[in-house]
Ligand binder design. Sequence first.
Ligand SMILES: CC(C)(COP(=O)(O)OP(=O)(O)OC[C@H]1O[C@@H](n2cnc3c(N)ncnc32)[C@H](O)[C@@H]1OP(=O)(O)O)[C@@H](O)C(=O)NCCC(=O)NCCS
Length: 188
Amino acid sequence: MGDSLARRRPKGGFGKAAAPAGGAGLPPPVPHPTSPAAGHILLRRPMALPEPPIRLPPGVAIAPIEAANAGAVHKLMQRAYASGFGTVPANLLDWWEGLVTDSEFDRNLALVARAGDEVIGFCLCWTSSFVKDLVVDAGWRNRGVGSALLSTAIAALRARGAEELALKVDIYNGTAQRLYRSFGFGQD
Ligand SMILES: CC(C)(COP(=O)(O)OP(=O)(O)OC[C@H]1O[C@@H](n2cnc3c(N)ncnc32)[C@H](O)[C@@H]1OP(=O)(O)O)[C@@H](O)C(=O)NCCC(=O)NCCS
């Protein structure tokens, strides 16, 4: 994070696999191969699109991350990314220190979904308007938790004056691609 070039570019937007060729919109999801992480596509969503409503599933609350739930969030990401659709440093302290000392960290963009005391989802955006992580625990998927996290992040970024939101998604992650497409994300 020391050099100015790194600060000018959205995180994850360089040094990674190039997007496959394609026109406007997303390519159709393809079946998962035996080995994931074959490549990513870069998706963008103009903030000028209508703001998606935040629909919290019953019993679910979303709030900025706190040190007290860092361990649960880290475990959640380790479980969710076992699919190969994302990565998180193996060591909790390495991850936490790297997160909170990052120049693009804002606690209001590091959102934790909880059901009671249980951490069930997490969405991290960098202040450069880049979605770094979106994970929901397997037992809570398909109930709107991921959508609620993303909607909350979009509202927070809009409040910061962001003009666009970007992210990278594995070319084989059809589930996440569908979710992002429903939010108006598209490929260049
Ligand atoms: C991608 C991910 C975060 C989505 O989280 P989620 O909580 O399941 O997301 P949602 O519930 O909001 O949306 C998922 C689907 O459930 C549907 N859904 C939402 N609420 C629903 C409800 N109450 N009843 C039935 N279906 C519902 C959505 O319409 C969506 O359908 P679609 O797949 O046909 O588009 C989750 O699958 C995950 O953690 N995957 C592993 C990590 C990962 O790949 N992260 C993305 C990295 S880029």
